[in-house]
Design a protein around this ligand. Sequence first.
Ligand code: ACO
Length: 377
Amino acid sequence: MDRYAHIVGWGKYLPREVLTNEALAELVDTSHEWIVARTGIYQRRIAGRRESTYTMALRAAREALQVANIDPRDLDLIIVGTATPDYLFPATACLVQDALGATRAGAFDLEAGCTSFLYALAVASRMIMAGANERVLVIGAETLSRIVDWKDRNTCVLFGDGAGAFVLQASDAPGGVLSAMLGADGSGGPLLMIPAGGSRQPASPETVRRGLHYVRMDGRAVFRFASRVMSEAASEAIGAARLTADQIDLFIPHQANLRIIRSAARRLNIPMERVFVNVQKYGNTSAAAIPIAFCEAIEEERLKPGDHVVLVSFGAGLTWAAAVVKWQIPIPVPPPPRHLRFRRWLRYGWAILRSRFRHLRRRFDAWWVRITQGDVA
Ligand code: ACO
């Protein structure tokens, strides 16, 4: 029997602090008019001091699990798409797994620049369709404000922070993720990169002095690449789902630049009324952009059962990806009853206690081995 991967939960988190173009113009030589004309961005959100990719991913994940009404212990896989993980390792997905108390889930991060979320969605849906997994949590989360050079007007005006999450569930009912295509062209890697901090150029006082741990970008070249690849990727995914562009009810593109979005819609012959845009509010939140936009499309009731939605993205790598989703859930979704929300709240509290206990037990075990067996060295 065929298996399908349905989106049954969704959630988003955006930090409270808003950075407007006017405020940015006090930091670098730019203006509100220039940023709006060239990108369509009016403002972006910036993570607070106590926030990170993990904390935002966790908030989005909890919301998605609540909508899906799924216990975290029933998840069997967690994938976090991000280019700004909390650490090189452990994976941010493992931090989320621990905090959720998702004790039966495997967890890993996936990095494909801004395309990370769609890559993760493709992997998750194929794992489900192949019968390997039942319920997968897919998150896109980024803290780009920590990797941009706030003195570089070419990049700092573009990005923002945030997180979004989907819960995918296996089903026999046709629908869900109908198709997904992934692409890459590593020869374009130098167009958008962080030169230092990896194994090629480990962080050193010299790399920090030269600002090599910040995003470097050839904006014009990325712009040309994005304008072309968005429509090509979307067409390929639409064809793979055996649909045509006029059968697409909503187009949710990567929110990097309004001009790129308009150009892709024009090439696909999709009118702007069928295109979801929120880049003006959040800027480019990289891997978080598509799930955040998807959540807002749901909040604005722009989806109804039977609708076909195209998701398409591009990013560092260079990478690109597109997916077609057949939406099945009537909106608005009623919130779960209070007692269930309370139970979940208790479960998250228990997950934190469990994590601390395991931490302490490891320290105790190490101490016990030392005093019973002596120091091996
Ligand atoms: N304020 C004022 N002037 C600026 C600014 C700014 N913030 N930034 C650049 N300029 C200047 C440039 O210096 C240039 O001046 P010059 O002509 O004297 O040299 C002029 O404005 C025009 O620059 P362009 O690069 O031609 O401007 P363009 O119209 O291409 O817009 C932009 C620049 C917005 C960066 C655009 O190229 C773009 O959006 N590119 C795609 C970027 C992108 O999406 N990156 C994310 C990829 S996803 C990921 O994986 C992270």
